[in-house]
Design a protein around this ligand. Structure first.
Ligand code: ATP
Ligand code: MG
Length: 313
């Protein structure tokens, strides 16, 4: 809750593969939310590869997350105007996000400061990959979003990323409820119980203990991952996105909502190279329309698609 009492929603954008368009989609969603009138803060957490300022047509701000980590400047003081009304940016650091440079206490402090930001939306742009700090930052969010392209390599990496997020989430739940040893024991004896996958392990745990079933159902309720398909080139690509949902629920037992797609457009590439804010200068572009639509789907609460999924099982 911010100082004004504003309860902001935190969105995190991640994904397995680099270059899928995480930063572009984050800046697009942020621009749309800001244009609707809510105070929106973008946080560039792609430590080591921070470039969100460029996508917004800004120069690098003098202050960055490095000041937060190294000079103990409060996060709220690093926020800079973006030049777009209601949209502000916390510039990333060029230091890397690995555990050696950011320890547990610093990570917890960063999370506290993020939650205390006085904004309607805080959008976190994460780097590629499944580093533990990336996963924990992703799990901090109220809305968890992955951006992929329809390319098979990108989809594979996205699936691995979602799996890593889910593993990490379960690990944290088990730890919080002192269940780690019990679960490890069950997993070790998995052959006896005929368990071959994570999904089967969860089913087994729920069947064998009412307590564990209650804990998992409580902790996992509302756990939804939104998928954005970016750089779509043909209508066939969109079918791919819609299929992702069943893959994740069949293999992992997870709820995934397909938020929508944005097409590939050379104008995006040109705009980034010219350091121009694409969303602002291309109001009639189909890409802008698509990003607005998918942002609205993610922002909708309670989620209409998710509710429908729940009803249909
Ligand atoms: N919809 C699009 N149409 C055309 N080109 C795009 C689109 N989205 C992204 N790109 C291109 O892909 C490049 C990478 O995009 P972006 O920097 O947003 O990816 P990223 O996932 O944040 O990458 P990284 O993992 O390095 O942070 C952009 O510079 C742009 O050229
Ligand atoms: Mg990026």
């Amino acid at each position: 809750m911010g100082e004004s009492g504003r309860k902001g929603e935190i969105w995190a954008v991640g994904g397995g593969k680099g270059g899928t368009g995480k930063s572009f989609v984050t800046s697009g969603m942020g621009t749309h939310l800001a244009q609707k009138g809510g105070r929106t803060i973008l946080l560039d957490a792609d430590l080591g590869g921070a470039n969100l300022h460029t996508l917004l047509g800004m120069n690098r701000n003098r202050h960055s997350l490095s000041d937060f980590f190294d000079r103990k400047v409060p996060l709220s003081e690093i926020v800079a105007q973006s030049g777009i009304a209601n949209l502000e940016l916390i510039t990333g650091s060029f230091a890397s996000l690995d555990s050696e440079s950011i320890n547990h206490a610093q990570k917890q402090k960063l999370f506290r400061h993020i939650r205390a930001l006085d904004a309607d939306h805080v959008l976190i742009d994460l780097g590629a990959g499944s580093h533990i700090n990336t996963l924990d930052t992703f799990l901090l969010a109220d809305k968890m979003i992955v951006v992929t392209t329809p390319e098979i390599t990108s989809l594979e990496n996205m699936y691995q990323f979602i799996k890593s997020v889910y593993f990490r989430k379960l690990k944290l739940i088990f730890k919080a409820h002192n269940l780690t040893a019990t679960i490890q024991g069950t997993w070790k004896d998995r052959a006896t119980h005929n368990i071959r996958s994570l999904k089967e392990l969860i089913v087994h745990l729920k069947q064998s203990s009412d307590d564990i079933r209650d804990i998992l159902e409580r902790e996992m309720s509302g756990f939804v991952i939104y998928v954005v398909l970016n750089q779509v080139r043909t209508p066939k690509d969109i079918v791919v996105g819609e299929n992702l949902k069943s893959v994740c629920s069949n293999f992992l037992g997870l709820s995934v909502v397909y938020a929508g797609h944005s097409r590939h457009d050379e104008a995006v590439h040109r705009s980034i190279n010219n350091k121009e804010p694409f969303m602002l200068l291309n109001r009639f572009s189909p890409v802008v329309k698509e990003i607005r639509t998918l942002t609205e789907i993610i922002a909708a609460e309670p989620h209409p698609l998710f509710e429908k999924d729940m009803v249909n099982g």
